[in-house]
Design a protein. Structure first.
Length: 174
């Protein structure tokens, strides 16, 4: 019987104050052309999955802890295209601003779907429009990540070949 496969990712979003935000987020690299070749489930003791960590400029990572195994940095400053496929949609529900899921590191462009909410202003962490709107905006931009490989995960833990691994990332704003 084939072992069941598990994945995990951690997202931490926090705000410095009401007008600005910071981004610290992590995910398993599930892109079809990514470092896990589209895989988001892994076999313990065999696979060494890659996790992508994104952070805005004012965020300092204090600690990265895993419940099993360890993380090894494998690349820094790599570009990640946001807005390809079904991601990048920002839903304005009678609002003037939306926080971005990833830090905007350049190449920002946008397109309205249906109602036009007006001129778009983008910062590293947020998109705003002149007046409240009920509208859908597709944003495209480049985010930058640091890639880490999760390795040294054993084949079994307490006699089980089915288990999750937690990756915890703590940081603060500078």
């Amino acid at each position: 019987m084939a072992a069941k496969q598990y994945t995990t990712s951690v997202t931490v979003q926090f705000t410095k104050d009401e007008d600005s935000s910071a981004i610290l987020t992590a995910e398993v690299d599930g892109r079809p052309d990514g470092m896990n070749n589209g895989n988001t489930q892994f076999v313990p003791g065999i696979d060494d999955p890659v996790i992508l960590i994104f952070k805005s400029a004012g965020v300092v990572i204090d600690d990265i802890t895993t419940s099993i195994g360890n993380l090894t940095p494998i690349s820094a400053g790599a570009p990640y295209k946001v807005g390809e496929g079904n991601d990048g949609y920002l839903i304005f529900a009678n609002e003037r601003s939306k926080n971005l899921s990833y830090p905007n590191n350049g190449g920002f462009s946008s397109q309205w779907f249906g109602t036009v909410g007006g001129a778009v202003t983008a910062t590293e962490t947020q998109v705003s429009i002149p007046t409240e709107a009920v509208a859908v905006l597709k944003a495209s931009y480049t985010a930058t990540y640091v890639a880490y490989r999760l390795n040294n995960v054993p084949l079994t833990v307490n006699g089980s070949t089915e288990f999750p691994v937690v990756v915890f990332i703590a940081g603060h704003t500078a």
